[in-house]
Design a protein around this ligand. Structure first.
Ligand SMILES: [Zn+2]
Length: 380
């Protein structure tokens, strides 16, 4: 069978197969068909020359907010994915069981890009997050909806990958870690992981980390003081090391208030790289300091992570967190998604959530995407 599409001559970086070299990538029937040094085109094959560019498995952004129009923090997934070369946007808790049906029907189903979701344990998800109104959806335990969450998660297993909770002084207030207990109960019942947001204490970073199980995700993992993963002199907190040992997944979730260059430098100096790099893109950070996923990935390149390690944190590692082995890889038979990137050399300023500016010499740029085995929404 001849291919529908061949990406010709790019530098293929696929950490799931330890590939880093010039290859052709072929797609057929919506899936990856093969990766090889030369692939013959058939009479119907579309061939795109991507020499000089980087080809990776379709990038996954594990933490986004894309319930556009249904929640005040939602951004438009299609435009975001186009500018970020992302093919899978994972919404984390924008919707709860009370408003998930609208998210599914009006956003997820019509979307060109793949949208997966962590369902919030709070009834209406993150319903009041804007520059003028900010009400934590975990502040009032009457909003905790475990039975509804179980029913909705179970009925939407094709798109719901886990359960979301937010705890901290800004989101759960006097309820502390209690919303996490509801989320864990739901997750146990449906057999899914939890993604946990932590902000300012109480509760403490280590206290909630202790409650997470293997496969659960802690997002905002490199957040600034207070509730950062490091002690003042830069040593990693013991509970953080124990949690990694146990199999808890550490996700960046940059956002407006949750990523510090200082903390990232300290963690990387201790040999502790994040498992997944995600943007936490939403209305209040899309015009900076986040902008998009390629900027978030570029920050880690500038902090000294290798390009294959950065790609790994937005492909196969994210697919592992999602329990979706058909994503984040260019193995034959995998979902027919790929991202085409380039790395520009120059002087680029990057800023974190506390205003520290780091000038880097590299910037990852989105050059295009393949979705479902076809070239999608080109940038030119
Ligand atoms: Zn978020």
């Amino acid at each position: 069978m001849s291919a529908d599409l061949i990406l010709r001559g790019g530098r293929v970086i696929d950490p799931s197969q330890n590939i880093d070299g010039v290859r052709d990538v072929a797609f057929a029937s919506g899936k990856v068909a093969s990766v090889a040094e030369h692939i013959e085109a058939g009479p119907q094959t579309v061939v795109r020359d991507v020499s000089g560019k980087i080809v990776t498995p379709g990038l996954i952004d594990l933490h986004t907010h894309v319930y556009w129009g249904g929640t005040s923090l939602g951004i438009d997934a299609v435009e975001f994915c186009r500018t970020s070369a992302v093919t899978t946007s994972v919404d984390t808790g924008s919707a709860g069981p009370g408003n998930f049906a609208g998210f599914r029907k009006h956003v997820i189903e019509p979307s060109d890009v793949r949208i997966l979701a962590y369902l919030h344990v709070s009834f209406a998800g993150i319903f009041a997050f804007s520059s003028s109104v900010m009400v934590g959806e975990s502040e009032d335990l009457r909003l905790m909806a475990p039975a509804d969450a179980v029913r909705v998660a179970d009925a939407n297993r094709d798109v719901i990958v886990g359960i979301k909770a937010r705890v901290g002084r800004r989101t759960s207030g006097v309820n502390g870690a209690t919303p996490l207990k509801y989320a864990l109960e739901v997750a146990d019942e449906v057999g899914m992981p939890v993604m946990l947001h932590v902000d300012d204490p109480p509760p403490s970073y280590e206290e909630v980390l202790e409650m997470l199980r293997p496969g659960d995700v802690l997002t905002h993992c490199f957040r600034p003081f207070p509730n950062s993963p490091v002690q003042s002199q830069g040593a990693i907190k013991p509970g953080v090391l124990r949690a990694r040992e146990r199999g808890v997944i550490f996700d960046i979730g940059h956002g407006k208030g949750s990523f510090s260059f200082k903390v990232a430098r300290q963690m990387l100096a201790n040999g502790f790289a994040p498992d997944t790099i995600s943007s936490d893109i939403h209305q209040l950070c899309i015009d900076g300091p986040v902008f998009d996923q390629v900027t978030t990935l570029s920050k880690f390149l500038c902090l000294g992570m290798s390009l294959p390690d950065v790609i790994k944190a937005s492909t196969v590692n994210a697919a592992f967190a999602l329990n979706r082995p058909e994503l984040g890889t260019l193995k034959p038979g995998a979902a027919g998604d790929a991202s085409i990137l380039s790395v520009e050399e120059g002087q680029f300023d990057y800023v974190d959530v506390v205003g520290e500016v780091v000038t880097g010499t590299q910037r990852i740029k989105a050059e295009g995407t393949v979705i479902g085995g076809a070239w999608w929404h080109p940038n030119e």
